[in-house]
Design a protein around this ligand. Sequence first.
Ligand code: PLP
Length: 366
Amino acid sequence: MTSVLDTPHLVAGENDGGEIELRSDTFTLPTPAMLEAAANAPLGDDVYGEDPTVAKLERLAANLLGKAAGCLMPSGTMANLAALLAHCPRGGKAIVGHESDLYVYEAGGASMCGGIVYEPLANLPDGTISLEDIAEACTVDRTDPQIAPPALVSLETPQNRCGGLPLQLDYLAEVAQLTRSHGVALHLDGARIFNASVALGITPAEIAFYADTVQICLSKGLCAPIGSVLVGDRAIIAQARRMRKMLGGGMRQAGMIAACGIIALTEMTGRLAEDHEKAARLARGLARLPGVRLNPGPPITNMVFFRVRDERYTTRSFIAAARRRGVRVEELGHGRIRAVTHAGVSTDAVDRAIGVFADLLAPTGR
Ligand SMILES: Cc1ncc(COP(=O)(O)O)c(C=O)c1O
């Protein structure tokens, strides 16, 4: 295991085992600037609302996303859950994508903690949910006592399990129009919203504009060790703050975490384009290999999805063989392999990973 204190010279995310870590951008390590900021942050008790560094981060995130207020959360999972609990009554319906992180990977929290009914709708390959499906799910007779009333639609951008594709603004505008007309809230899981904004060449506020609440992760490609911020209007954020406390996410001297988050938002968003270039490079390298079937189209953000069609391997055995050669990738459902580029993966490491995949798939490889 890498200790960032022992090895402050390391590139964030690069580990000391010589492995090339492509499983996720969540493996990135805090940068030296973050560690310094955490050590020197002015602190207070944030459950009393008295940690100045947390307050500064929350204001910064809200401003960047064009919202009135923000609330620091320990994780993206808790930010999504607090948002759903704040928007939806018990017995209300949360309309979600069947490939969304919120639905697939967050342990059914809204049902467990809030008595909320998930209605999963099909995500299309571009990460959207069809407007017709959303309209149908929102159109119910609210006077019918048999019906769980829809309270919220949640979208994810970039949509991780749909190739890391960012949702287009005109689509968000159409969904927002729909949800408003039905009196249903729109939540955006923007765990990697800065990747989406870089890929689309627009500001994160332009994306967030359409949503009532947005959760952003500091701990993915932006390299902070911990934390997400949920943003929205003051009333909904006040309610989400109450939910955070109920969930055990009220933290005391959280300024140490927030200090890293401030660096993430002020110094780390500018470099995400590099990650996208590295993903494109990796995809170009993979496309040349026999037996590799890439997701159609070039990667738009920092994720490359591919399948291996080679009778010598199952998906699992290919991943295991790559691991033995020092390259970590993972399966992300349906036999798809995901490789994610980030600050801990240099261009040279991308080329070495392509070399390992090429060796494994060569006629004599394995
Ligand atoms: C799109 C998306 N949303 C939410 C989360 C949850 O974030 P966390 O791991 O901080 O709980 C993740 C985690 O990878 C994610 O990819």
